[in-house]
Design a protein around this ligand. Structure first.
Ligand SMILES: Nc1ncnc2c1ncn2[C@@H]1O[C@H](COP(=O)(O)OP(=O)(O)OP(=O)(O)O)[C@@H](O)[C@H]1O
Ligand SMILES: [Mg+2]
Length: 494
């Protein structure tokens, strides 16, 4: 809800706000299961939508979809309206676009292997350091030869190509052991079996399609239907990280703005950082730090603040802490740490209150006009104007069908890329090999004596020539090579 052009999220003695101009200083919503995180998340998304800021949310349980339906009148909310003076509270639906990697609960979201880049792909496949560095080289070979890696088929084709030409390529690119390439290929096959191949291909998502407002000026709420995706935690995490870094690469610097360009909510954030190599954490930290100046706010949602690496945690300015349990020593330690991250309020003991908060209640501290964290407040989250419940399937289908993106993303296209080009090369090579074999068979007819007297060969074999041609032809055919950004993601052709 909006009050005095600020996002009204909770009520302590006074209303508690998030200031639009500080909303890109990121945030954190934490709390144990069932304490009110999702309702808080929806309340915030509504507030952003009302000030014309589009958002992105992942819907893991299905209940976030309720944003697209008006809330049901309840005595609890009616009482709050009077008690808090929530005059403009309206049970209302918000403009939403549904997305789904599997294309079932929303428009399909796809990206290309080239766009994802070797670093995130390594994370997705759980590659070790050696495998990851070989994959980076394989991307380099593809990039330098202008070979587009769009889908898993292309990735398999380039792996096959490098496998069969590794000795030749090693001279230019360094060690490319056959066993490592085989191991990567096995991981690609596993990825395919997991069903992750649906994510790779075209039409790739244009993230700027998420930066939209509706006809009345409300920010569009982009909901990623992640109920199924969540069963592949690694794909879920990689997808969110890809999106964040892709936006970072795409958007221009804008400096301080009156309100963010877009806000991202990353639910189940503990999955993002689970088993994440330090090098990747460092890069994500950098992206989170710098994306602020591109007008993007990032809000992490997780049970416990300790799920987020410290370097990232320290950048999250707007914090909403729901109740935490403190039965075990490690839970008690977590409560202490969470309490200490707030600026103390002399009227209560933060640590004690965290364990006593009721559902929908929270400790809140946001950044003030000067960017200073406010003294922590014990507040009631005012609740969302949309439905608490999951959107019925028929209403979801109607929204999907009416969306302007229904036709843009519904078809999978398969244009010429690495697979097609390398298939042609392979056929040429095979033909040349056959020709060589034939020539050799004919040569057998030459007398043994003559053969022994033959000088050592200095010329390249037909096979070697064909490899040379393969590389130069690929380069010539496309005539361009690919450039990459901070996380090794595709940036364009040069
Ligand atoms: N601010 C609120 N005002 C009124 N009721 C609330 C509020 N927040 C939560 N509730 C009630 O509590 C229920 C559970 O809240 P919610 O789904 O937000 O919890 P959660 O922390 O997201 O749980 P989980 O970790 O299981 O996803 C809601 O369905 C709603 O009935
Ligand atoms: Mg929830």
């Amino acid at each position: 809800m909006i009050k005095d052009n600020k996002i009204w999220i909770g009520q302590a003695d006074e209303p508690v706000f998030i200031l639009p101009k500080m909303a890109n200083r990121h945030g954190l919503i934490t709390g144990a299961t069932g304490t009110g995180k999702t309702v808080t998340l929806k309340t915030l998304a509504e507030g952003f939508s009302e000030i014309g800021v589009p958002t992105f949310l992942a819907d893991i349980k299905g209940d976030v979809s309720g944003l697209a339906a008006a809330g049901k009148e309840s005595s609890l909310i009616e009482e709050r309206k009077v008690a808090f003076g929530m005059d403009s509270f309206e049970y209302q639906a918000f403009p939403t676009t549904f997305w789904d990697i599997y294309g079932e609960g929303g428009h399909p979201v796809r990206t290309t292997v080239s766009e994802m880049g070797p670093l995130l792909l390594s994370k997705l496949m759980g590659l070790n350091e050696t495998q990851s560095s070989v994959l980076t080289i394989i991307f380099k070979i593809a990039d330098e030869n202008g070979l587009l890696l769009l889908d898993i088929k292309d990735l398999k084709a380039i792996l096959d190509y490098v496998y069969s030409h590794n000795k030749k390529l090693e001279a230019e690119y360094g060690l490319l052991s056959s066993s490592t390439i085989s191991a990567i290929t096995r991981n690609v096959l596993a990825l395919e079996q997991e069903g992750a191949d649906v994510f790779f291909g075209e039409t790739a998502l244009d993230l700027t399609d998420w930066l939209r407002v509706d006809a009345s000026g409300k920010g569009m709420i982009n909901i990623l239907h992640a109920v199924k995706l969540f069963h592949s935690p690694s794909l879920y995490a990689t997808f969110l990280l890809w999106m964040l870094t892709e936006l970072f690469e795409t958007l221009p610097e804008v400096g301080d703005m009156e309100k963010p360009k877009m806000v991202f909510f990353f639910d189940e954030a503990h999955l993002l950082f689970k088993d994440m190599p330090k090098a990747l954490v460092d890069k994500i930290e950098l992206v989170v730090k710098l994306i602020r100046s591109k007008g993007i706010g990032v809000y992490f949602i997780t049970q416990n603040p300790q799920d987020i690496p410290n370097e990232i945690l320290s950048q999250l300015g707007n914090r909403i802490q729901h109740a935490l349990r403190a039965y075990t020593p490690s839970e008690q330690k977590a409560v202490k740490a969470a309490a200490q991250s707030f600026r103390a309020n002399e009227n209560f003991d933060t640590e004690k209150v965290i364990t006593e908060l009721g559902t929908g209640e929270a400790l809140i501290s946001t950044l003030d006009e000067k960017g200073v964290p406010s003294v922590v407040q014990q507040a009631i989250v005012i609740a969302c104007q949309s439905s608490f419940n999951e959107l019925p399937a028929s209403e979801r289908s109607a929204i999907i069908a009416a969306s302007p993106f229904a036709s843009k993303y519904s078809n999978q296209v398969d244009r010429e890329s690495a697979y097609e080009i390398l298939m042609v090369r392979k056929q040429t090579e095979l033909a040349e090999q056959e020709a060589t074999a034939l020539a050799e068979a004919r040569a057998k007819e030459v007398s043994v004596k003559e053969k022994a007297a033959k000088p050592k060969r200095t010329k390249k074999t037909a096979m070697e020539k064909s490899v040379d041609t393969a590389l130069t032809t690929i380069g010539r055919e496309v005539g361009k090579s690919i450039t990459r950004g901070v996380l090794g993601m595709f940036k364009g052709f040069k």
